[in-house]
Design a protein around this ligand. Structure first.
Ligand code: TNX
Length: 562
């Protein structure tokens, strides 16, 4: 008898646990997930959509149903019957239902899975998309492929999920100037972003080392500005590989990628970096430069760093050039925001240039409150571009340097030099996107042990083998973008973004290695409430589900530390 009791005591809890359905592994973690007993079979399930849903959302459900049909080997049909909302509130349900529900928060969704039926509610396209992403994450990985997997278990656990993002702006920045990445590679990044519920790709399209976007009015920007005659090798400032390098995106390609992103709930925020970081444009149009700028002739830069050769903003022709370029950019991208850069603009040339000095005089700019007259000249440029873009219904984002001196109302500040710019800007009433070097710079090394990592900007400036300021997975995961922001200013924090600058990243494998899995940690600080964050759970989920998913997609990533 004693033995029997002991046996029961040992074995029963284990077998009871086995009967309990495992909690699905979802990244970013949903705000609320409650499990109940049982499962719902999705294989061959009928799907009913509310006719009130928009065409895009319906299409997303159809894409899901077609894929489910393909991989499970049994047809899931989609219908949009009239009066569905009433059936759902009163009737006996069987199948999977998608209902438009205005009471659900933007981009949020509710999923209720019972043994006979599942009901998904959302108020907008992104909400439906994200509900579908969550359902995919509850299914076998073969849902992400196009090979039938008839033996897999096409069931989802019974559960209740109520989910919505913590931040509305959930971005990644990709620098396609220092190195150029093909349309297909950018699309691959967009695919992964969509799975983890990121909704903004900040696309860095112009810099000293290359101009990457076709502009009709200024064809030399791409004819000349998109190609450099060589590139420094590794971290050696005096080297040059002598290999011509470059590329650009045509307007048709850009339209294609904008649509591709939109179908995945992602807005592309283009950046034209001005008035510094413009050496490639100056190589194309030298007449826009400052007097006595050296070296001459201008060339698309072959080194990394901060070029002193900047635009002559005292010349009205330059301002016209910028407005023309931004007009074409604004026409091409539906984003409500256009990023106008504004970072690291050395003003040495403005101090001497006669046009710039005349402009300083004309505008009555003086050194005041620790802000130089030429810094104020940059305010004038920012403000003109802001007004110009406002006339086209667009708002500006700028790097935190735009905060020096006077900044017009309605501008959004991207805080990169640590968090102080974001704290200051939000306290002053500006909207802010946090992307501090101290947590969000994924061009920095991802482990302090430099010997084990590919050459990076961190290697460039570190003496010895141990990096300070490595941006590890844990470092990003531990960041709370609101932590240092005064309570009354928190409403101005639109979101958080990681930046991938590509000076030292030339291949797609390396690009993906730097992005992943750090972008997954980013996704949780963008989406999930700090109360549901849990580093152990996150890493376990990565090991068991998300990294195998990246394998399945053929995406490279850095392995987890043991
Ligand atoms: C600073 S972040 C830059 C970039 C560099 C990056 C390297 C910012 C607005 N400007 O031009 O690529 O550092 O980490």
């Amino acid at each position: 008898m004693k033995r029997l009791l002991l046996f029961l005591a040992l074995v029963l809890p284990v077998s009871m646990q086995a009967a309990k359905v495992a909690e699905p592994q979802i990244v970013p973690a949903p705000q609320k997930l409650e499990m109940s007993k049982g499962t719902l079979k999705l294989k061959g399930i009928n799907i009913n959509c509310d006719p009130a849903m928009d065409a895009q959302s319906l299409k997303a459900v159809r894409i899901f149903a077609d894929r489910l049909t393909l991989v499970s080997g049994k047809t899931s049909s989609v219908a949009a019957p009239v009066g569905l909302e009433r059936t759902v509130s009163t009737g006996k349900l069987k199948g999977l239902y998608f209902i438009k529900d205005a009471s659900i928060a933007p981009e949020g969704y509710n999923i209720s899975i019972g043994k006979r039926a599942g009901v998904v509610r959302a108020s907008d396209f992104n909400g439906f998309l994200y509900a579908l992403q969550t359902i995919r994450q509850m299914l076998p990985l073969s849902i992400y492929g196009d090979t039938p997997d008839l033996k897999a278990c096409w069931k989802v656990p019974c559960c209740q999920i109520a989910d919505a993002p913590r931040f509305g702006y959930r971005g990644v920045m990709l620098d396609c100037c220092r190195h150029f990445f093909s349309l297909d590679e950018v699309k691959k990044v967009l695919d992964v972003m969509a799975i983890f519920k990121l909704n903004r790709l900040h696309w860095h399209l112009s810099d000293d080392q290359g101009w990457r976007i076709e502009i009709d009015k200024y064809p030399r920007l791409t004819e000349v500005g998109a190609f450099r005659n060589g590139t420094m090798v590794g971290g050696d400032w005096n080297s040059n590989d002598g290999i011509r390098y470059g590329g650009y995106y045509t307007k048709d390609q850009i339209r294609d990628i904008v649509a591709y992103a939109a179908a995945r709930g992602i807005t592309i925020v283009p950046e034209i970096d001005l008035p510094g970081h413009m050496q490639a444009a100056l190589a194309a149009y030298p007449e826009l430069g400052c007097k006595d700028s050296k070296p001459q002739p201008y060339e698309v830069w072959m080194r990394w760093g901060i070029s002193k050769q900047v635009l002559n903003v005292g010349n009205e022709k330059t301002m016209q050039f910028l407005e023309d370029v931004l007009s074409e950019v604004a026409d091409l991208f539906p984003s409500e925001y256009i990023h106008i850069g504004g970072d690291e603009c050395p003003r040495d040339e403005w101090e001497k240039d006669p046009d710039c000095q005349a402009k300083v005089k004309e505008l009555g700019l003086v050194d005041k409150d620790g802000v130089s007259a030429t810094a104020r000249l940059q305010n004038y440029v920012t403000s003109r571009m802001q007004k110009h873009l406002e006339s086209k219904g667009k708002k500006i984002i700028g790097w935190d340097e735009i905060l020096e001196g006077d900044l017009g109302k309605g501008a959004t500040v991207m805080s990169w030099r640590g968090t102080s710019g974001g704290i200051k800007a939000s306290s002053m009433g500006y909207d802010v996107i946090m992307s501090p070097t101290t947590y969000c710079y994924i061009d920095y090394v991802q482990s302090p042990d430099l010997r084990k990592e590919p050459f990076s900007i961190t290697h460039q400036w570190t003496k010895g083998d141990v990096a300070e300021g490595a941006i590890t997975l844990e470092r990003i995961y531990g960041y709370d973008p609101l932590a240092e922001i005064p309570a009354e200013a928190r409403k101005h924090i639109l979101g958080v973004q990681c930046n991938l600058w590509t000076e030292y990243i030339a291949t797609t494998e390396h690009l993906e290695y730097m992005l992943f899995p750090r972008v997954l940690a980013l996704s949780e600080i963008q989406w999930s409430d700090p109360s549901v964050k849990d580093l152990d759970r996150f890493k376990k989920t990565l090991a068991e589900h998300e990294l195998p998913l990246l394998d399945k997609l053929g995406v490279n990533y850095r392995k987890l530390d043991k």
